[in-house]
Design a protein around this ligand. Structure first.
Ligand code: MN9
Length: 295
């Protein structure tokens, strides 16, 4: 039976721990899951997204990560599996796989690289959904995919009853407001951590972010204060959060988050090529960033 768990709340977009040879470090992945549950206190994990370096992986590796995460998290938190890929047969196989593992929902990035028509995009979602038996969250991230979906087109996608929401990683607050008004029953997850407060004010249902792997506690505070109308307090925490995020972005996003986690005792490993290896200066800077915001 497919999950009926409520999906609202704060989700880390899970990092993947790789060893120096670019292989998945299972122990590290398990520690990342535990840290997110016990320290960041997230409501769920978004597995196999951009932050997981998913588009650098083979099918068996993607499956292995889905498996390890479920085995570690069990039913403690909600799990969303990102199965989108340019290889739609792979996406269908992964949709089936996360369904069988007992994930709570799946998600798929809008197909990118080629300039697909909206009809092709709609067909992609309907095909993947039919292959599994889970709710689907559209992963919209126009700055990386080049794919823009407008309010009416979201409505067309939502005609498929299995599509329950969208991970909205864009700075277009007008579109976000229009979506909120037009589709009050659908779930909207904010995807840019540095804009979480503004999204929360527009009444999104949750947020999915890479920086929550390290900064999950502040993220939750921002979200909950904003929902309670305590905007000044939320803004103060967003300011500190954005000092942290801008330092992280300047030094290299995923690599810096991984070193911060190493500092916290988590075997987060390194990034996989073609992501570059960190220089000693970047490593030192990442440690400084951790000390500045978390000690
Ligand atoms: O989707 C993440 N996007 C990417 C979520 O990693 C591409 C965000 O959490 C950003 O990493 C974060 C920093 O810009 O907001």
């Amino acid at each position: 039976m497919s999950s009926t768990r409520e999906l609202k709340g704060i989700y880390s977009a899970l990092l993947t721990s790789f060893d120096q040879d670019g292989n998945i470090n299972e122990k590290g992945v398990r520690q990342l899951v535990r840290y997110n549950i016990e320290v960041n206190k997230v409501d769920g994990l978004y597995v196999g997204g951009s932050t997981g370096e998913n588009f650098l992986l083979g099918t068996d590796e993607k499956k292995r990560i889905f498996e390890i995460v479920k085995d570690e998290a069990k039913d403690e938190i909600a799990l969303i599996g990102q199965v989108g890929s340019l290889n739609i047969k792979e996406s269908c196989e992964l949709a089936r796989f996360v369904t069988d593992l007992g994930y709570d929902a799946m998600s798929a990035v809008t197909p990118f690289y080629y300039k697909f028509s909206f009809k092709e995009i709609k067909d992609y979602y309907n095909t993947i959904i039919a292959a599994g038996d889970l709710r689907m969250i559209v992963y919209s991230i126009p700055f990386l995919t080049g794919v823009n979906i407008n309010v009416e087109q979201f409505g067309e996608l939502f005609e498929n009853q299995k599509i329950c929401g969208v991970k909205f990683t864009a700075a277009d607050f007008y579109l976000l407001e229009r979506l909120r008004k037009a589709y009050p029953e659908h779930l909207i997850f904010a995807g840019f951590d540095e804009m979480m407060l503004s999204a929360a004010v527009l009444n999104v249902d949750g947020a999915i972010g890479s920086t929550f792997n390290v900064n999950g506690q502040r993220a939750r505070q921002i979200f909950e204060l904003a929902k309670a109308g305590r905007i000044e307090e939320a803004r103060a925490i967003q300011h500190v959060t954005n000092d942290f995020i801008s330092d992280v972005l300047a030094n290299g996003l995923y690599g810096t988050l991984k070193i911060c986690l190493q500092e916290a005792g988590v075997e987060a490993g390194v990034c996989r090529k073609p992501m570059g290896e960190f220089t000693p200066e970047q490593i030192a800077r990442a440690k400084e960033i951790y000390a500045k915001y978390f000690k």
